[in-house]
Design a protein around this ligand. Structure first.
Ligand code: SAM
Ligand code: SF4
Length: 342
């Protein structure tokens, strides 16, 4: 079967699939989850590794999707994650795909809070994981405990070192910035990335927190983040982010790059090439989508690959132009970041 682009009504070609492997987490970040009371999905609702692999093969084999990122919840709390990584890392982008990866394995990445990496990072790398993003919002132990509700800063820092030493093609740090909470650490986090030789990607705080505390005043804009860093470390813009969510800058002194994901102040919806699969097999065409398509039900009712592909195409046919954060008609999705898969 020859590969065919999956194109949405606004002409965007889907290339990137985010797969959440669990809604559970060992942290309770204030911008994501409540301290208590999260209701977890029943185990039987969660896609098996075989179901995930089957769907991934449809996306890659039929539509030339060439990048898959595993996320959650916290993906490393899913038992035997490396078994899934091994299965997915064997998927090859079709040779007739227009992707630069045509004929080669997919770009397989993971987003993690880093707390368990010391124990599992080598196994994940050996299983074929190519890239890793680790979340770190503060370098201060008390603040870390306040923000994540866990006293795990040292373990995360050790996890970052373990990842840097594990031979990935890229290790990045994700830092959500919330005004009045950690915006005084923008420079310290940038310096940390420079010292470690990893790109820090600052993320504007989005209205996906479980407790509904998000207000626009808590968002620190990309412009502000960049100017605070540039005051100490002169920067030049790295052109053309394409479909990647981060805008990037190069340090003029040669100490690497820094990125900002401006989801709120400069949404990148116009270039979005991304779709998502939740841990319970619901297909979403936007992080902020209010509609989901139930691929799990189809799989478990015996649908063949053509049936699954038809539903995927139907869903992509509904992908909207962009989210409406800050507009009067913005509707928060019913599920929060950890339930959707960030
Ligand atoms: N547990 C993993 C982690 O924290 O890296 C993966 C899942 S987490 C939902 C994915 C990313 O979303 C993390 O970098 C996290 O900081 C970010 N995130 C969570 N809630 C957010 C929010 N309300 N606004 C912006 N980013 C958020
Ligand atoms: Fe867990 Fe990641 Fe959400 Fe923090 S951001 S609570 S680590 S899923």
């Amino acid at each position: 079967m020859s590969v065919r682009d999956l194109v949405d009504p606004f002409g965007r070609t889907i290339r990137d699939l985010r797969i959440s492997v669990t809604d559970r987490c060992n942290f309770r970040c204030t911008y994501c989850m409540p301290a208590e009371g999260m209701v977890w999905l029943p185990k039987s609702d969660i896609l098996t590794f075989e179901e995930i692999e089957r769907l991934a093969r449809i996306f890659v084999g039929r539509y030339g999707v060439d990048g898959i990122r595993l996320t959650g919840g916290e993906p490393t709390v899913r038992a035997h994650l490396s078994v899934l990584v091994e299965k997915l890392s064997r998927i090859v982008v079709p040779a007739d795909s227009p992707s630069p990866l045509a004929g080669r394995p997919i770009d397989l990445a993971l987003t993690t809070n880093g707390a368990t990496l010391v124990n599992c990072v080598d196994e994940l790398r050996a299983a074929g994981l190519g890239r890793i993003n680790i979340s770190l919002d503060t370098l201060d132990r008390a603040r870390f405990e306040h923000m994540t509700r866990r006293d795990e800063l040292d373990r995360v820092l050790a996890g970052i070192d373990a990842a840097v030493g594990a031979g990935f093609s890229s290790v990045k740090i994700n830092a959500v910035v919330e005004r009045g909470v950690n915006d005084d650490e923008i420079l310290a986090l940038a310096d940390f990335g420079r010292a470690k030789g990893v790109e820090v990607r600052f993320i504007e705080f989005m209205p996906l927190d479980a407790e509904g505390h998000w207000v626009n005043d808590k968002v620190v804009s990309q412009d502000e983040i960049v100017s605070r860093i540039a005051e100490k470390h002169p920067l030049e813009s790295v052109p053309a982010r394409g479909a990647a969510p981060a805008d990037r800058w190069r340090y003029l002194d040669g100490a690497g790059t820094v990125g900002v994901i401006p989801s709120v102040t400069k949404p990148f919806c116009g270039d979005c090439d991304r779709v998502r699969l939740t841990a319970d097999g619901q297909f979403r065409t936007c992080l902020f989508a209010t509609t989901e398509f139930d691929l799990r039900a189809l799989i478990r009712s015996g649908a063949d690959d053509d049936g699954l592909a038809a539903e995927i195409e139907r869903a992509v046919g509904t992908k909207w132009a962009g989210h409406q954060i800050n507009q009067v008609n913005f509707v928060r999705p019913k599920r929060t970041m950890s339930q959707i898969g960030g």
